[in-house]
Design a protein around this ligand. Structure first.
Ligand SMILES: [Zn+2]
Length: 429
């Protein structure tokens, strides 16, 4: 079955599933976990009274007003917090003026290439005639046709980057249990509307576990298909909700859905928000609904191979099978002599880290003060919607022409299921 057909099948199944509201809803958080969260949050609150940013890119100026001028950050999960963000695709006529001004200034300065938008088809994206996706001017990462030196593709030799896309979602809970039990830090490439729908899971990953948070856009679109202003909105709102929910931290990294990035999208992320894209060099295919055994087998094969470069593996916290596959493979990393580190921490320069405004989650901070406090945490476990359907994952598993990503010539970037998860969240919120 072609990838186009697969997408149509999964789309149909998902829409049918959503229409009958066959949705798994996150259960309440156990008291023990709640206490642990509050305890850890107190530890995190032991930061300076004011939060600081570096002057690099002056990105902090884009995120100051709405929070601090209004008297502080709304508590995560509170009605005021929820009301502060778009419930679906952002309205590009209502963006913060500072974002728009910085984009316009970058365009005027000639730092945003004028590459035509793609058209989304059932199998991916298509550029207008005459525009070559593999040319140096375009340099699309989709299909791995062009590998920009401005993106991160590989981990250091002998290391495995631990990271997960598309959360937070209901299956994230089991994953977080496992990560915590193994004292394993990870990077979560979060979808904005999934943060909005699952604040408890966000708090757990960030405040309780101390994991790294990165941007995976607001609603998981093909970014090259969007106008500049909509690229701006997708990145800006996801940074905003992370900023507001972490006491003012700004993520340094983002991952384009489907790996769909070109020099125009790349430049907007860098010039306006000073974010770097992390792609991947191996794909488990977990997004296809592959069985845990298959995921484990893929990983075992890579671990048996050369240790240069290190592995950045595409994995998801999207379904029970994704999570199970990772958990079953996890012991193999150490058994085969690899070290594991959270992706954003692993690929950061020495002295840097996953955030733009501090060396790491708890270390000393430098630069100009912008004030702010770590936001209070509100538990919303009784109302947090989750968006993954077991039947969707099962349906995808029956039809997966999964290709290995190791040769970087196949087309595994099309994370149909991942996109649909975001779409489902959009429909349900
Ligand atoms: Zn994704």
């Amino acid at each position: 079955m072609s990838s186009s057909s697969l997408r149509l099948l999964v789309t149909s199944v998902l829409l049918a599933t959503v229409s009958v509201f066959d949705v798994v809803v996150a259960g309440p958080v156990a008291n023990g976990a709640l206490q642990e969260r509050h305890h850890s949050h107190e530890m995190r609150s032991a930061l300076p009274g004011s939060w600081f940013h570096t002057e690099e890119g002056e990105v902090h100026k884009l995120f100051r007003r709405q929070n601090l001028d209004a008297g502080g950050y709304p508590a995560v999960g509170s009605p005021a917090w929820t009301a502060a963000y778009p419930s679906g695709t952002p309205d590009n006529t209502k963006l913060p003026q500072a974002w728009v001004d910085k984009l316009n200034a970058a365009v005027a300065a000639g730092t945003i290439p004028n590459i035509p938008q793609t058209t989304v088809t059932n199998g991916g994206t298509v550029y207008p005639n005459g525009v070559q996706r593999d040319s140096p001017e375009v340099c699309s990462a989709d299909d791995f046709v062009c590998r920009s030196p401005d993106d991160v593709w590989d981990a250091p030799n002998g290391t495995v980057a631990i990271g997960f896309d598309d959360g937070p979602l209901q299956p994230s809970g089991q994953l977080y249990d496992f990560l915590a039990a193994n004292n394993q830090k990870a990077t979560h490439f979060y979808i904005g509307i999934n943060i909005l729908g699952n604040p408890d899971l966000f708090n757990r990953a960030y405040a309780t576990m101390g994991d790294d948070i990165a941007v995976h856009t607001w609603t998981h679109p093909y970014m090259t298909s969007l106008a500049n202003i909509d690229v701006l909105a997708q990145l800006g709102y996801t940074m905003q909700i992370i900023h507001d929910s972490t006491g003012g931290r700004l993520p340094r990294y983002w991952r384009p859905p489907y790996g769909d990035i070109d020099n125009r999208v790349r430049a907007i992320a860098k010039q306006v928000f000073n974010m770097t894209a992390i792609i991947w060099n191996h794909d488990t295919g977990d997004w296809t609904g592959a069985s845990p055994d298959k995921i484990k087998g893929e990983i075992q094969g890579w671990l048996n191979g050369p240790k240069s470069p290190g592995l950045i593996i595409l994995e998801h916290e999207l379904s029970a099978s994704c999570v199970q596959g990772f958990m079953e493979a996890y012991p193999l990393f150490a058994q085969n002599g690899w070290t594991t580190t959270s992706t954003a921490t692993l690929v950061s320069a020495p002295g840097s880290g996953p955030w733009q405004n501090a060396a790491n989650n708890t270390g000393p901070v430098t630069g100009a003060a912008v004030g702010g406090v770590v936001p209070a945490i509100v538990t919303t476990s009784s109302s947090a919607p989750a968006t993954t359907t077991n039947s969707t994952a099962a349906a995808a598993a029956t039809s997966t022409p999964k290709k290995s990503r190791a040769d970087q010539t196949s087309r595994p970037v099309a994370m149909t299921l991942a996109a649909l998860s975001g779409f489902a969240a959009l429909l349900l919120l």
